[in-house]
Design a protein around this ligand. Structure first.
Ligand code: C5P
Length: 235
């Protein structure tokens, strides 16, 4: 896996629209994220098409269930040969261990990423949930739990990346959404960072959706982000 990369979120409703977006972006991007919307609509078709074009796949289904169910669901995900797949750290140690075991026992190279706290949650949500830690403390605690249980990395906000990198060491994969090129539209992302900020804070991959898919020239938008990442990584 290249050390620093852009992953484009295919947040579109059908395999047809996904294929059109991938064609427009061309060789500027080789890594795509497929989330619940597209997976539930046209998952198998989309994933086969991406693999057929030699693209890498981040399957972002954020699995969260009892350990046995997650272990078997990860096994089903592996049919699509994803490079990255997500689970919720809130499923706790046994669930994360079960996901890691499924990958190991299948002899797969897929990497398990844990989601700590959804960035849509804030301190008042934690209070309602009976969590007394701050958002930052909770993210760090869940990140450590997931890594100790065998997750290969985390999905995190660019603002959390530096603390998580320090806590988890150099090998952890840190994938950061919530990224906007300088001067770009924010959409509904409230807490954004530039791709360069994210990489400098310790991210290995940045996820971008609308800044690429919604650009007049998606290929040029993706190339600009790639250049920004390479410059920030000192590549
Ligand atoms: O269009 P945009 O760049 O905001 O898309 C970001 C992608 O990353 C979306 O697929 C979104 O669901 C995902 N994501 C996020 N923030 C998180 C976790 C995932 O924006 N905390």
């Amino acid at each position: 896996m290249e050390k620093h990369e852009t992953i484009v979120a295919l947040d579109v409703p059908s395999a047809r629209e996904a294929a059109a977006a991938v064609a427009r972006i061309g060789d500027a991007v080789s890594f795509y994220k497929v989330g619940l919307e597209l997976f539930l609509a046209d998952g198998p078709e989309t994933l086969r098409a991406l693999r057929g074009e030699g693209k890498r796949v981040f399957l972002d289904l954020k699995l969260h269930d009892i350990p046995r169910t997650v272990e078997r669901a990860v096994g089903s995900c592996l049919r699509y040969a994803p490079d990255l797949l997500t689970i919720h750290a809130q499923g706790s140690t046994a669930m994360v261990e079960a996901a890691a075991r499924a990958v190991r026992e299948a002899g797969s190279d897929a990497k398990i990423l844990a989601v700590t706290l959804l960035t849509s949650l804030d301190g008042s949500d934690l209070e309602k949930l009976g969590v007394s830690r701050t958002v930052e403390e909770e993210v760090l605690a869940l990140g450590r739990l997931a890594a100790a249980a065998g997750a290969h990395g985390l999905v995190c906000s660019p603002r959390e990346a530096a603390a998580l990198r320090a806590a988890l060491g150099p090998d952890a994969i840190l994938v950061t959404p919530g990224v906007r090129p300088a001067g770009g539209e924010r959409g509904d992302q409230k807490r954004v960072a530039t791709p360069a900020d994210a990489i400098r804070a310790g991210a290995t991959h940045v996820v971008v959706g609308r800044p690429v898919l919604g650009a007049p020239d998606p290929r040029a938008a993706a190339l600009a982000i790639r250049d920004e990442i390479r410059a920030a990584a000192g590549a």
